[in-house]
Each structure stands twice: as C-alpha cells, then as structure tokens.
Design a protein around this ligand. Structure first.
Ligand SMILES: [Cu+2]
Length: 69
C-alpha cells in the first residue's frame, strides 16, 4: 500500500472535499481517501499495482478541481 498527499486547487465549500473523497473512494485501487478543505490536502492510500498517481490526478480533475504540481 502506498500513500500520497496531493494539494488540490479550487475547493470552495465543504461540499467540494466531499465530492473529491467520494470520487476517489469509488475508484478501484484506492483504499482510503481523506480530503481537507482548510489545508487543501488529499491524503490517499492506494495500491500502485492497480492505479497510478497520474490516474488519481485525473479523477480529481474529472470532478472539477486541479492538482497542484
Ligand atoms: Cu464546494
């Protein structure tokens, strides 16, 4: 199991981190995801045999946010 913390841009209200969390948790290979509005950080446990960091970033972008590079 791998862990990564990504900085997310564009979250404005409490619904935003919930949306990101839900999308991540519904994804194969992601074991757990916690997204914090104040720090803008997404703390993600994932299985690198199943999903890449690039694919995780794409999921976040698909729900309307940007990952800080
Ligand atoms: Cu929002």
């Amino acid at each position: 199991m791998e862990n990564i913390i990504l900085k997310i841009k564009g979250m404005k209200c409490t619904g935003c981190p919930q949306r990101v969390e839900k999308a991540l948790k519904n994804t194969d290979g992601i074991e757990n995801a916690k997204v914090d509005l104040d720090s803008r950080e997404a703390n993600i446990d994932f299985n690198k045999e199943i999903i890449t960091v690039k694919e995780i970033c794409e999921i976040i972008e698909d729900v309307g946010f940007e990952v800080e590079k």
